[in-house]
Design a protein around this ligand. Structure first.
Ligand code: AMP
Length: 213
C-alpha cells in the first residue's frame, strides 16, 4: 500500500522476482483490459483516465479469481488492491473462506510534495508495465524498456490535474485502509524516501521476518 507515486510498482517488480510470487496489480490488469478493448476495459476506462476509483464490485470480481488461483501456487503480491474499506472487507471474507492467509501489508510512506515530482517524471512500459523515472530510475536506452524492449510512455493519468485527483481519492478512500490493517497487526511501514535499492533491502528484511522466503 501507499499513495500514487510511492514506488509500489517498482518495489513490487523486485519482490515478485526475488521471491517467486505472482504479481497481481489491479492498475496493470485494468490498463491491459483497456488497451485490448474488452467489456471490462470499456467499463473501466473513464474511471482510470480521470483518476477515480473503478467501482468495488468490478474490482473485487476481477481480482478474486486471480488471487485464489495464485494462492494455490507459490503465493501472490497484491499491488493497488485493496483501495477502499469495502474492498479490504471483501478480501478478508474471501481469504477466510478459502483458508488463505496474508503474511504482511507493506505500507510505503512518502510525503505529498515528493509524490508530485515523482509522478511528473514517471514513464511506464506499454508492453510489460515496468515503471521508470526520467532522472531517479532511467532506462539504459532512453524511451525503451530494459525488461521487454517496449516503448516507454507517460500514463494518461499522470497529467497534473489527474494526479491531484488521484491524491485526493487516496486520502479519502485508501488512507483508512491502512488503519484497518494496523488494527489487525499486519501493517509494516517503510520509509519510501530512501534510494530504491535501500527500500528494497528493507522490504526483504521485513519479508524474512514474516517468513516469506
Ligand atoms: P494504479 O496503477 O495502481 O495507480 O491504478 C491506476 C488506476 O486504476 C486508479 O487510479 C484507478 O482508477 C484504477 N484502480 C486500480 N486499482 C484499483 C482498485 N483496487 N479499486 C478501484 N480502482 C482501481
Amino acid at each position: 500500500m501507499g499513495p500514487p507515486g510511492a514506488g509500489k510498482g517498482t518495489q513490487a517488480a523486485r519482490i515478485v522476482d526475488a521471491h517467486g510470487l505472482v504479481h497481481l496489480a489491479t492498475g496493470d490488469i485494468l490498463r491491459h483490459e483497456i488497451r485490448e478493448g474488452t467489456p471490462l476495459g470499456v467499463e473501466a476506462r473513464t474511471y482510470v483516465e480521470s483518476g477515480r476509483l473503478v467501482p468495488d464490485e468490478i474490482i473485487i470480481k476481477m481480482i478474486s479469481s486471480r488471487m485464489l488461483a495464485a494462492s494455490r501456487g507459490s503465493g501472490f503480491l497484491l499491488d493497488g488492491f485493496p483501495r477502499t474499506l469495502a474492498q479490504a472487507e471483501s478480501l478478508d471474507r474471501t481469504i477466510e473462506a478459502h483458508g488463505v492467509s496474508l503474511d504482511a501489508v507493506l505500507y510505503v510512506r512518502v510525503p505529498d510534495e515528493v509524490l508530485l515530482s515523482r509522478l511528473g517524471g514517471r514513464r511506464s512500459c506499454e508492453g510489460c508495465e515496468r515503471v521508470y523515472h526520467t532522472t531517479a530510475n532511467p532506462p539504459s536506452q532512453p524511451g525503451i524498456c530494459d525488461a521487454c524492449g517496449g516503448r516507454l510512455v507517460v500514463r494518461k493519468d499522470d497529467s497534473a490535474d489527474v494526479i491531484a485527483e488521484r491524491l485526493r481519492v487516496y486520502q479519502a478512500e485508501t488512507a483508512p485502509v491502512t488503519a484497518h490493517y494496523r488494527r489487525k497487526g499486519l501493517l509494516r511501514e517503510i520509509d519510501g524516501q530512501r534510494p530504491i535499492e535501500s527500500i528494497g533491502a528493507g522490504i526483504d528484511d521485513l519479508l524474512r521476518e514474516v517468513g516469506v522466503r
